[in-house]
Design a protein. Structure first.
Length: 165
């Protein structure tokens, strides 16, 4: 009887650990799939769309996500401030651009003249840049503040240009 309980406890613990790992993975910046749809979603909420251009083996991209972007996504206040999407530019994945046209993430990065990862763009529902882009990672101590400033500047620009519904 004791051995049976022990094995049940081990199995339950393993299942719970696996579930928590899956949930942690799901809290990262969602991959962009359809920028046309995601742009409409941001427009309806009157918030900017943050596009994170990243590379698969970019250590700075991982650092930025783990230290700044993922914790930001966990703060529900940001749901009303910005819609974040990630584009991995060194893969062969295709997404739909703001005109609903299939395009590779590499081609989209080229359109935006993104040559360094990570790069954060703040755009409206049509993909037009609203604030100064954030290129690379200099110091994490100030990055969160700079990110907040860029989000605020983007939101203000949306309102000034009348790009909200």
């Amino acid at each position: 009887m004791y051995k049976r309980r022990k094995w049940v406890a081990v199995i339950l613990t393993t299942i719970l650990l696996n579930m928590s790992c899956i949930r942690l993975e799901a809290t990262g910046v969602p991959l962009a799939i359809d920028l046309n749809r995601e742009g409409r979603q941001a427009r309806q909420a009157c918030i900017p769309l943050l596009l994170e251009f990243a590379a698969e083996h970019c250590e700075y991209c991982t650092l930025l996500e783990e230290e700044i972007l993922n914790p930001t996504l966990l703060n529900r206040d940001y749901d009303q401030r910005v819609l974040m999407r990630k584009l991995v530019i060194d893969g062969s994945s295709k997404i739909r651009d703001f005109n609903a046209t299939p395009v590779s993430t590499t081609e989209l990065a080229s359109r935006y003249r993104v040559f360094v990862t990570p790069t954060l763009l703040f755009v409206d529902s049509q993909g037009r840049e609203l604030a100064e882009r954030m290129v690379g990672v200099m110091t994490l101590e100030f990055y969160g503040g700079y990110l907040d400033q860029a989000i605020d500047a983007s939101s203000e620009m949306l309102r000034e240009l009348g790009r909200c519904q």
